[in-house]
Design a protein around this ligand. Structure first.
Ligand code: ATP
Ligand code: MG
Length: 484
């Protein structure tokens, strides 16, 4: 550009009316919403708490996580423990797992560890394996306007792989109590967002603008509930209020991700509390609409209270828990309603059960992506129920060997413990039969009125020729076995 042209342009610029700061903000807001608009102060200087002034020591961190931190550090990368591993230790709990964050890119992390795999597409991270234990290693994330592999559609994060620095990463995390960093280079804690204060005061607070953060990722609503239930913390008003308006956002979340999140909510040892909070915040209605529609029935609520109490107790005793069992209970009442509908239309008991099971599960997987292998077991548990509440017969021996017997039997016990009077005596009978030796079992099967016992023996002898006498269909099992 010639000196003359430059002079003219300079004069034009001076004479052009300048925009007020308000106008500049309006312009910014009117930009197409392709990236995050409300920017947190990413250059904020963190509160640095030296080792002598906090309670987190290396002995509280799993050896595997410590070795990952050191390996990254020794290779010249920054390495921090972050998330639940820091949060839980600081409140005196044993962390479920340990999350590491670094400035090494995923590929660089992978090349550093022998047993390491990159997982995820929406959020790529490295899994480092130590036998059964997995240490998750993430790379610092940044705002999406930095370029890289970040996609936001209608305010929702579709892909979150824009890498940055720790100063940027802190503001991309969900809650303040989850954004505390333990620096392996000097054992200090870094707090960018006020997490230490919230941890002290027992508060769950979203970082940034709550509505925007929920729109970016609606699963954060479920995470707020999970941490409130687990830590017995209060959700700050600004973080809790929008949830009531936003349950519908969950409909755009991948249903498999919701399934995983539901398992975390219900299998963290605080399922009853999680259930109650999900109901309070109207999130349950979205996740389990068929069940929610039955919750005015006290029997349905009692059964759910029992299954959650039972689940929490089993986890406390470190016993295994089964997703299929929990879902079978969650959907039991809708199943009963659907069976009643089909029975009223004249379908047989068996056909009604099959059709109802198909309907209820098909509707449920539209909200929460229950994997096929799990829904098959749910179906088996339900199918087992009429078999366990039939009159006793020699077939009961074969039932004991059935692959789904134990789950079906446990479910029968659950129903009985929740006060379902139609199954109480069957539950007692099956408990004696299941735990008894051969003599006890024979005794239980054949301890009937003499005439009936003779008929049973006859029936068993003539296995292939069914007796002409109709079987007494609904005879309850003899649970005391004392009249042989
Ligand atoms: P826990 O492992 O006990 O369930 P956690 O807080 O460690 O709790 P993770 O799912 O392991 O949860 O995630 C690790 C960290 O990653 C979180 O503490 C948080 O900082 C960040 N994080 C996880 N999910 C999200 C999310 N949806 N949005 C923003 N940050 C998230
Ligand atoms: Mg974690």
């Amino acid at each position: 550009m010639s000196p003359y042209r430059r002079l003219i342009n300079g004069i034009k610029n001076i004479l052009r009316p300048q925009k007020t700061s308000k106008e500049a903000v309006v312009d910014a807001v009117l930009q197409p919403q392709t990236s995050v608009q409300i920017k947190p102060p990413v250059t904020h200087v963190p509160l640095r708490i030296p080792r002598a002034e906090h309670s987190l020591s290396r002995s509280m961190i799993s050896k595997s996580a410590v070795s990952v931190l050191y390996k990254l550090h020794n290779a010249g990368y920054q390495a921090f423990l972050v998330g639940g591993g820091v949060r839980d230790v600081l409140v005196g709990r044993r962390p479920k797992d340990f999350d590491v964050v670094t400035n090494a890119l995923p590929e660089q992390v992978r090349s550093l560890f022998r047993h390491c795999r990159l997982i995820g597409r929406r959020f790529v991270l490295a899994h480092v394996y130590f036998g059964d234990e997995i240490v998750e290693v993430a790379t610092f994330r940044a705002q999406h306007d930095k370029g890289g592999d970040g996609v936001i559609q209608d305010g929702r994060i579709i892909r979150d792989n824009v890498y940055g620095t720790i100063d940027e990463d802190a503001w991309r995390r969900d809650f303040t109590i989850n954004a505390l960093y333990y620096d392996i280079s000097d054992f200090a804690l870094l707090d960018y967002t006020g997490g230490m204060k919230d941890l002290d005061e027992g508060v769950i607070r979203l970082i940034g603008d709550p509505i925007q953060r929920y729109q970016e990722d609606p699963v954060r609503m479920l995470r707020a509930i999970r941490f409130a239930a687990k830590l017995k913390f209060t959700i700050d008003n600004s973080t809790s209020a929008p949830i009531f308006q936003l349950p519908h956002l969950l409909k755009d979340v991948n249903t498999s991700r919701l399934y995983e999140e539901i398992l975390k909510l219900f299998f963290s040892g605080h399922s009853l509390q999680s259930f109650n909070l999900l109901r309070d915040y109207k999130l349950f209605d979205h996740l389990f609409p068929q069940t929610a529609a039955c919750l005015n029935n006290p029997e349905a609520v009692t059964l759910l209270n029992h299954v959650f109490k039972n689940t929490d107790e089993r986890l406390m005793l470190q016993k295994p828990v089964s997703p299929a069992f929990l879902f079978a209970a969650l959907l039991w009442q809708p199943l009963q309603q659907q069976i009643a509908k089909y029975s009223a239309e004249g379908k047989t008991e068996q056909d009604s059960l099959f059709a109802a099971s198909r309907d209820v599960l098909t509707r449920q997987v539209q909200r929460v992506g229950i994997p096929k292998r799990v829904s098959l077991v749910i179906h088996e548990i339900w199918l087992m129920q009429p078999r366990l509440t039939r009159r006793k017969s020699k077939r009961n021996f074969a039932l004991l060997e059935h692959g789904s017997f134990k789950a079906g039997y446990d479910f029968l016990l659950l129903r009985a413990s929740a006060g379902d009077s139609s199954v109480g005596e069957y539950a007692t009978w099956w408990t004696q039969f299941f735990h008894g030796d051969d003599a006890t079992r024979n005794n239980l099967l054949f301890a009937e009125e003499p005439r009936q016992a003779a008929a049973t023996v006859k029936r068993i002898r003539r296995r292939r020729k069914p007796s002409k006498r109709p079987l007494q269909k609904d005879a309850p099992p003899n649970i005391n076995g004392s009249d042989e």
